[in-house]
Design a protein around this ligand. Sequence first.
Ligand code: NAP
Length: 301
Amino acid sequence: MIIRTVCVLGGTGFVGRHLLAKLSAAGYHVKALTRDREKTRHLWVLPEVDVVEANVYDEAELCRHFQGMDAVINLIGILHERRKGDFTRTHAELPVTVAKACLEAGVPRLLHMSALHADEHGPSRYLRTKGEGEASVLHAADHGLKVTVFRPAVIFGPEDSFLNLFARLAKLAPIMPLACPHARFQPVYVEDVAQAYVASLDNPATFGRRYDLCGPRAYTLVRLVRYVARLRGACPVIVELGDRLSYWQARLMELSPVKLITRDNYYSMQVDSVCAGSFPAVFGIRPTALEAVVPSYLAVE
Ligand SMILES: NC(=O)c1ccc[n+]([C@@H]2O[C@H](COP(=O)([O-])OP(=O)(O)OC[C@H]3O[C@@H](n4cnc5c(N)ncnc54)[C@H](OP(=O)(O)O)[C@@H]3O)[C@@H](O)[C@H]2O)c1
């Protein structure tokens, strides 16, 4: 399978901008679909990348955009719902529409972004709807679509919303009540995730497969927060909340206009976000250690 043209959904976000840069550098011609082109000026400079406005929920419109494409990559996902049903719409229903549009437009290859521990029977709606999305795109493989699913742990990199959030809080708050302090995470570097996508595009060994992607080391949440606080030159008092208080903090935070944590995030953290094995060898990547990168964007001079 020779792939030259790729259509990317959700390519304007944190992971997307790293992936688009890699695809562009590797010589692929990329069409990135967005809801609002004006907000994507940072991508306009990339050679071989066209950013196009589209309603990705409209199957006929998607089908038109997919005509002549060799592959589609769907990165669309959300961490918080604005309205009830958003998780189902973006994680479970949209992947069905994308897979159908691929089959209709004759696109042979689909790369789908899920999340570590996505499971139709998982503890949170985030994980359950991601699990439903995965199941339906893999089902499309029965109709001839060559599908690969990626399931990363929390992703770190210069514009991440995870470590950057705790770095800002550590600087602002002298006392930090921390929910689920002993939840475990095995963060993976955004460049490694993007590289895995590029490496799998035309590799038949990855067709029909799902891959868990984690970094080389696991940490408790409190350890990560202490680490980023130290890098920022802050030393807040971190109050480690027990399980019941963690739940109530999440519940109260849902009333805040700024979404720091919700009950659904709390439920997701009931499963440790760590991988059972090492980084999939098929991609030829040695995963980058957090300590090798994070100081470059969080440490104070
Ligand atoms: N970041 C992590 O730590 C992490 C970990 C595991 C899995 N993931 C998954 O990786 C994917 C990318 O994550 P990210 O951190 O890059 O996310 P992001 O920065 O929020 O970007 C997601 C992109 O999807 C589009 N999008 C967002 N909400 C949408 C909606 N309701 N309808 C249609 N399009 C929407 C947006 O594009 P436009 O605004 O241009 O339309 C946005 O640029 C997601 O599926 C996420 O669940 C992320």
